[in-house]
Design a protein around this ligand. Structure first.
Ligand code: SF4
Length: 341
């Protein structure tokens, strides 16, 4: 069963003097227990996509159109805000980039995780005989589960940290708390938006290991949003590469790293270091992402593409599906031969 099934998602923001087409008709499918990464430069529409999937965009001003939006086979397009509040946290949870903003500064981190366990109602605390413990016993059990969750994400002295406020923890620890919160409700899908960007490289690797480990153990599906292809190499089963609001390539992780088809994917790969590269020459993609209000004609990537032909300047290539479900949006992918970098 698919944990997430999105078809033809479009998000538009009206702005003075026009509109910004932030997301232009994308499809995303994530099987239960799988990790899919959405990768692209800042401003390409990845975070807007995740907020649209969580139905967290204010409409208006945003205009969201989608042909299919299913979580675990359930159509959530027409759910009210109140119904969505129940879905969020229970069926789908989010890990944000900035833990300091995501956490309540005046409540201990332990109490914040307790609240998630308690919010799932009395049925979450039924004992073996099927009877429900009283409020005091439920709170005690929630605390026990919270301390266990803190230990699971590698927080030492969990009993002590339970009482700590967010500002008393390091950035890495706060991010671990967010991971514990996301997994607390055992959701079928977790959306992690740049979950380690604010951390230094060593802590980043530790936090990603914890995230991957818990995802595998709990068979949770993960949608990982990132600008950094190097962090998805060992995490994602499948990668969606996004550019200017469109998917330009979709492939299994090993296929994408082994043989990128789209020049933009090739450019992203050219800027990361890999342990198997003996003598790597780093290559930068020239220029930067165009303004979302003034996207180029034809293929949006053509002003930055070394392989652009005349047709690329006037006609948008379709997203072509190849054997095995791999997809690419490029007129010339069959002819392009990349030099070994
Ligand atoms: Fe480059 Fe043309 Fe392919 Fe676009 S369609 S990525 S401009 S070669």
């Amino acid at each position: 069963m698919k944990a997430l099934d999105v078809k033809n998602l479009k998000v538009i923001f009206p702005v003075e003097g026009g509109v910004v087409r932030a997301v232009e008709g994308i499809d995303i499918e994530i099987e239960q227990g799988q990790c899919a990464a959405i990768v692209g430069e800042s401003g390409c529409g990845k975070s807007v996509t995740s907020l649209a999937v969580m139905k967290l965009l204010s409409t208006p001003p945003a205009v969201v159109r989608v042909d299919k939006l299913e979580l675990g086979g359930v159509d959530i397009r027409d759910l009210s805000d109140k119904q969505m509040q129940k879905v969020r946290g229970k069926d789908v949870a989010m890990i944000f980039q900035d833990a300091l903003t995501a956490l309540n500064p005046v409540m201990s981190v332990g109490k914040q995780i307790d609240e998630i366990f308690l919010a799932h109602g009395k049925e979450n605390f039924l004992d073996e005989s099927g009877s429900c413990p009283n409020k005091f016993q439920r709170k005690k059990e929630a605390k026990r589960r919270t301390i266990q969750a803190l230990k699971l994400v590698g927080i030492s002295d969990a009993e002590l940290r339970y009482k700590a406020y967010p500002h008393q923890l390091s950035g890495g620890m706060r991010q671990r708390v967010l991971i514990a919160m996301a997994f607390a409700s055992n959701p079928s899908l977790i959306i992690a938006d740049e979950p380690t960007t604010a951390l230094d490289v060593t802590i980043q690797a530790q936090v990603l290991d914890i995230l991957k480990d818990l995802q595998k153990k709990q068979n949770t599906s993960l949608m990982l949003i990132t600008h950094d292809l190097s962090i998805v190499m060992n995490m994602a089963d499948e990668i969606y590469v996004m550019y200017c609001g469109k998917i330009v390539e979709r492939a299994k992780t090993k296929d994408l790293f082994h043989k990128p088809l789209h020049p933009y994917t090739h450019g992203l790969l050219g800027s990361i270091a890999r342990i198997d590269d003996e003598c790597k020459r780093f290559v930068q993609i020239p220029s930067s992402l165009p303004s979302p209000m003034h996207k180029p004609s034809g293929c949006y990537f053509h002003p930055r593409c070394a392989y652009a032909t005349e047709r690329c300047q006037t006609e948008m290539p379709p997203l072509e599906t190849l054997e095995g479900g791999r997809c690419v949006r490029c007129w010339n992918y069959k002819e392009i031969r990349y030099d070994k970098q």
